[in-house]
Design a protein around this ligand. Structure first.
Ligand SMILES: CC(C)(COP(=O)(O)OP(=O)(O)OC[C@H]1O[C@@H](n2cnc3c(N)ncnc32)[C@H](O)[C@@H]1OP(=O)(O)O)[C@@H](O)C(=O)NCCC(=O)NCCS
Length: 162
């Protein structure tokens, strides 16, 4: 198995443009599922300086295999996306960003998922997220149906009974 590295994409802002370019391509490829407009490299470099977000990537052989984002200004909303679904990277990314959230003092995280995005729903559920109900999200003057998922975070070493 090839070695896997976890990177903080903020550290590559202004340095290794290749990872930023890979990030932009990957994120834009999922614009419909993430309900975002396509982004460009220059604006992304600026966005990465934002103190309200944390962002980590999984790299294998210099290929950015997946990315997860934590929005501190949205009460711990998380988003994640991978280059090649089905390799378990989604689960790895959630573990990574939950650790970051704990380090930032958050006690819970949440996510919004489109109603027909079954892979993401499965990934959240198998990682202990609870489906908290339906919620609509507006994007480009349209309303999209989805589900809100949430997870309470436990500091490392704290079991169910602590
Ligand atoms: C959501 C996403 C990050 C998951 O990544 P991943 O690496 O495939 O995640 P995992 O492998 O850890 O888990 C995926 C689960 O969905 C299951 N799955 C795959 N295809 C599925 C389908 N069509 N319907 C339901 N479940 C499905 C997988 O089998 C796996 O569950 P299992 O381990 O019980 O078998 C990835 O699909 C992705 O990048 N999607 C596009 C972006 C997106 O939708 N992001 C979420 C919005 S926040």
């Amino acid at each position: 198995m090839n070695a896997i590295q976890i990177i903080d994409l903020k550290g590559f802002c202004g340095k290794d443009e290749d990872f930023i370019a890979q990030y932009v391509n990957l994120r834009n490829s999922y614009a419909d599922l993430l309900l975002t407009s396509p982004v460009e490299i220059d604006e992304t470099r600026e966005w990465l300086k934002n103190a309200d977000i944390e962002i980590r990537g999984i790299v294998e052989d210099n290929i950015l295999c997946g990315v997860t984002i934590l929005y501190l200004n949205r009460h711990g909303e998380v988003a994640f996306f991978v280059r090649e679904p089905g390799r378990g990277f989604g689960t790895r990314l959630l573990e990574i960003i939950e650790r970051v959230a704990l380090e930032k003092g958050l006690t819970s995280v949440w996510a919004w998922v489109l109603h027909d995005n079954h892979i993401a729903q499965r990934a959240f559920e198998k990682n202990g997220y609870l489906r908290e109900g339906t919620a609509e999200r507006e994007f480009n003057n349209r309303l999209f149906k989805g589900f809100r998922f949430g997870k309470k975070l436990k500091p490392a070493g704290k079991g169910e009974n602590t």
